[in-house]
Ligand binder design. Structure first.
Ligand code: BGC
Length: 768
């Protein structure tokens, strides 16, 4: 059922998101969509100037979080005592303006000529408008970026021009605002306390705050934010206190001297990298160095840094600007959330754009993000994601122990590796996430062809996870089978089910893969598994129960799924959807409606293990029952639909994933972007329409193209090569841009790709 969409930006296939109307009603949405970041920190696209309309000033620093006391109705043993929250930090963007004593605030002086542009190519947010204020007509032009060149730096630039009028004094108050409260807080507590604020000898102002003490042994974070302001106006006053720091500047604009330019350079340093005693000197050093370049030079460097990323990841769809725009926007947001610089960091479902789900780590990373980073960046980027989990292996053992189980259980939600989510059906039951961590090791090794990580480090993680599954299954003597009871599958619209097919299949696969890899690499393995344990695993592998319906020829989502009243989503009325906003929770749990790919998630992961007919039957059975109320869902269905030749359906699902935030499909984008599910559009294009597969050390493509498109192209990094794939309605062209010759399959035919010889094959269009 088509849900209402809300398009804020002009749909074009250019590199910008732009709009020309100012609408206070959609400001929150606009703020989310224009968020900027650089992997280290980020900010919603809030205004620098005062704004008394609806706004959520959100500034987030990667890896800086707070353990908020758990809040539940009824405490259950084993609950984590805290829920990790990404924390809204010092607002360093503020540039408050007064003109002839009157405060600039767009709710009070409605702007004309409003123009807002997010430049995806260069990573810059621009905004301009004119206002009448105190009898003068003035133009304001704002630009900001979060530097890719120096991760601790953000830059805000303002030009003010007197267009008409007698002239006026413009005052700018450049501020670091430390009095910040989280929107997402269980007890409405402040998470910060002020440590210091002041002005350095060379006139840089700073503000240092620290997260409050907590009862859970989580280290406190200390964050220093420092600013250097450059302007042709004059410094008037400085002020600092517990709430923040201000530096005021003023300039009188006249017809003879009508312009003012102001640049605010900000450095943010934390004790994740520098102890408190070095933070001021470090911030100062960074600011002094960075601000030597003028603003336009800094912009150029920023554009070059983005170009390097885009050169590896170029992707384009012709003939469908909406599809193109969504995809580019998503890659932009992903790359500014994570680019693998720091192995202590991960990819939060909302990145730096909002608080709920915040910057915590979910299975989304391994299941959805890793495949994209494998193809679009150097292998060292996805490798960081694997190392992140390896570092947290001791905590994974701790999590399993908390549940009275052996082995390692990776958390559903975490900052440190310790589970910090507190709904029992997720924390205790949604254990399939553990399999995704193992799958990522396979995925990395298989894609890159490099087994170094697997045999030296990864095995430790695999064995830990395998041991968890070996303990979590139970043997049922009268059936002579192993089962897994009391789980939540990826479909969170059912809890405490027995034998979720996906979970059982994944658990068996983990045991099998770990056993094979252990036997292959025992000599280099950092961990020992004895013969008895290997034999026990084999028993489970041989006797794992996997629910199957011979009548329907499908894998059954769990033991009693087929006993439900099975009615397709199309029979629901518009008032029912989305279910999570219209139905009581028990009604959802009893229903047959599936929140997100579940059995189909397994068919996607283990695509080579199922026949086309099996995929077809399962897709046809489950897709009509799926409401896609998780943003992670449509892409998996799109990939399978494309494989099955259901190209129009694949396109419909593709658009839903590609434009989820741009069109605010789920009516919640004002809270922040769905960063991890943004990978879905690329996955749907490359794994779906282009049918890129990499199983068994063999790269292959079997592209289909929706009739609405006149072409698509993308680049991938594969085993030290850079390839370009270009698909038109008639031809598939594969070009080697860099690297050694490579044998690959196109529509199951073998070709040798070399720098001199590209591959050109007619498109075999699958019939609908
Ligand atoms: C989904 C989970 C996902 C989480 C964070 C939930 O709505 O059901 O699978 O991990 O969101 O994206």
């Amino acid at each position: 059922m088509e849900q209402a969409q809300q398009k804020l930006f002009a749909v074009t296939d250019s590199w910008e998101l732009s709009k020309t109307n100012f609408d206070p009603q959609t400001r929150l949405l606009e703020e989310s969509l224009t968020s900027l970041g650089n992997g280290y920190m980020g900010m919603r696209g809030t205004f620098e100037e005062d704004y008394s309309g609806q706004t959520h000033q959100g500034t987030y620093i990667a890896g800086v979080w707070y353990p908020d006391k758990t809040r539940v109705g009824w405490w259950k043993n084993g609950y984590p005592e805290y829920f990790g929250k990404v924390i809204n930090a010092t607002n360093f963007s503020a540039l408050k303006i007064t003109v002839a004593g009157e405060v600039l605030d767009l709710t009070k002086q409605p702007p004309s000529d409003y123009f807002l542009e997010l430049d995806l190519q260069a990573g810059v947010l621009r905004r301009s408008y004119t206002v009448n204020i105190a009898g003068n007509h003035l133009a304001f032009r704002w630009q900001r970026f979060f530097s890719l060149v120096q991760k601790e730096i953000a830059v805000f630039n303002l030009e003010v021009e007197l267009l008409a009028g007698p002239g006026c004094e413009v005052q700018i108050s450049s501020e670091l605002q430390g009095d910040i409260q989280n929107q997402d807080s269980n007890y409405e507590e402040y998470f910060w306390k002020t440590k210091a604020s002041g002005i350095t000898e060379d006139k840089n102002a700073y503000f240092t705050n620290q997260t409050k003490e907590n009862a859970f042994g989580v280290p406190q974070f200390v964050v220093t934010t420092m600013m250097k302001n450059k302007t042709n106006g004059t410094l008037q006053t400085e002020h600092f206190d517990q709430a923040g720091v201000q530096q005021k500047y003023q300039k009188t604009l006249t017809t003879a001297d009508a312009k003012l330019e102001f640049t605010k350079y900000v450095a943010v340093v934390t004790d994740r990298d520098y102890p408190l005693e070095n933070q001021l000197s470090q911030a100062q050093k960074l600011l002094n160095r960075f601000s030597q370049n003028d603003f336009s030079q800094a912009l150029q460097q920023q554009a070059q840094a983005w170009k390097k990323r885009w050169d590896k990841a170029d992707v384009a769809i012709s003939g469908d600007p909406a599809a193109q725009q969504g995809l580019r926007f998503n890659l932009f947001q992903l790359f500014q959330t994570y680019y693998g610089e720091d192995e202590r960091l991960n990819i939060g479902p909302k990145g730096f754009t909002g608080e709920k789900y915040g910057g915590a780590t979910y299975w989304d990373t391994e299941a959805y993000a890793l495949p994209l980073y494998l193809a679009l960046t150097e292998p060292k980027v996805p490798l960081q994601l694997l190392k992140y989990r390896h570092q947290q292996l001791p905590q994974a053992y701790h999590n399993a122990q908390q549940q009275g189980l052996k082995g390692a259980l990776y958390p559903m939600v975490t900052f440190t590796g310790v589970e910090c989510h507190n709904e029992w059906e997720i924390t205790f039951e949604e254990i399939h996430r553990n399999g995704a961590i193992a799958y990522a090791i396979y995925n990395y090794t298989n894609y890159t062809g490099d087994d170094t990580y697997l045999k030296t480090t990864g095995l430790e993680v695999l064995v830990g996870i395998a041991r968890f599954w070996a303990d979590r299954v139970h043997y049922v003597p009268h059936k002579d089978q192993y089962m897994i009871h009391g789980v939540t599958g990826p479909n969170e619209y059912e809890n405490n089910v027995n034998n979720n097919w996906y979970t059982n299949y994944l658990a068996r696969w983990v045991l099998q893969y770990t056993k094979e890899m252990y036997c292959k690499y025992a000599a280099s393995s950092p961990i020992t598994v004895d013969q008895q344990e290997l034999a026990d695993w084999q028993q489970i592998i041989d006797k794992m129960y996997l629910p199957y319906s011979a009548d329907l020829g499908i894998f059954v989502q769990h033991d009693t799924f087929l006993d439900k009243e099975l009615k397709p989503v199309t029979e629901l009325s518009e008032k029912d959807l989305p279910l999570n906003q219209n139905w009581s929770w028990d009604k959802i749990l009893r229903s047959c409606y599936i929140k997100q790919a579940d059995v189909l998630q397994g068919l996607y992961f283990f695509n080579d293990q199922f026949s086309q007919a099996e995929k077809e039957r399962n897709y046809q059975f489950y897709e009509p029952l799926t409401v896609h109320e998780s943003s992670l869902s449509p892409c998996i269905h799109a990939i399978l639909a494309a494989e099955l030749g259901l190209t129009s359906k694949a396109l419909e699902l593709y658009l839903r994933t590609a434009r989820l935030d741009l069109d605010n499909y789920n009516h919640d984008t004002e809270d922040g972007l769905h960063i991890t599910s943004m990978t879905g559009s690329w996955l749907a294009l490359v794994h779906g329409f282009a049918q890129m597969k990499t199983d068994h050390n063999q790269l292959s493509f079997a592209p289909v193209i929706p009739k609405q498109w006149s072409g698509y192209r993308f680049r991938i990094n594969y085993r030290q090569r850079l390839l370009k794939v270009n698909v038109t309605p008639t031809t598939v062209q594969v070009t080697l841009l860099a690297g050694e010759p490579l044998e690959l399959n196109v529509y199951a035919e073998k070709y040798l790709l070399t720098l001199q010889n590209e591959i050109q094959v007619p498109v075999h269009r699958n019939e609908e």
